[in-house]
Design a protein around this ligand. Sequence first.
Ligand code: LMR
Length: 328
Amino acid sequence: LLSTAFTMTMALGASTAIAACDDGEVVIKFSHVTNTDKHPKGIAATLLANRVNDEMNGKACMEVFPNSTLYNDNKVLEAMLQGDVHLAAPSLSKFEKFTKQFRIFDLPFMFEDIEAVDAFQASDSGQALLDSMQRRGLQGLTFWHNGMKQMSANVPLMSPADAEGLKFRVMSSDVLVAQMEAIGGTPQKMAFSEVYGALQQGVVDGQENVWSNIYGKKFFEVQDGITETNHGVIDYLVVTSVDWLDSLDADVRDQFLTILGEVTALRNSESFAVNQANRQAIIDAGAEVRTLTTDERQAWVDAMKPVWDQFSDDVGQDMIDAAQAINE
Ligand code: LMR
């Protein structure tokens, strides 16, 4: 499998950090789904691999498989529990089979911006989420930021009524299904690697995503335009298996976690800027970016926010209150 993925990655010409691992080194395979350049997760993954391979040479070796070349997000957590891959950073929307607590991050208009997400994650309630799936064999290590989601479709979307009757791709999250139903859309859960083709062929009419994914996977080419709603977040959990982490020698584990912490602090502080650069690249490519007045945006809030009521029991009112207190 490793050599197949290697060949595929090379054939695709992706700039992938594939290290030649020496005998005796702990091999850390990191599988993710996005592009590598100009992407908050792609840049962070490459930096992490470069630092591990430099500073832990002889002890550990990291290989990064981007662009869903090894696993898509629907498969990677199962593969991790089997020991076939050691690190992943799926969006928080993709943990539905393991925990309902992450649903807070999918509730529309819960967080004003990525700084609010950061502050919530840094709180005791946020940090507790890292350990929330230990019983299921998964250990969260840290959160990596991307940014706020925007809406797009094959028709202009200025008001929620424009979404009526359209089919939307969503990540594998029931909250996102409910959110699209709340605006009269028909949601369809779909792997990230399939979205471009589905939009191009009209299998779905629209989608929601961050600027770096809309640009990185060229969704803007097969959409009428992008509406700047900032209605939700895409953020990531850097995750491994409890068993694998426990199997490491203490010095290897500590050095790896220290490097991860430093890479996280550095790259999280840049995620907003990276997304703004992607937004500009979309405009420069000639695509339409539609901004909303305060009143126009409020119509999206009014249409989507009732979804909170459906999920407040899963998430916990205390968590919702804690998140809201940060916005104020
Ligand atoms: C998506 O599926 O749209 C995103 O989770 C992809 C990603 O990892 O940013």
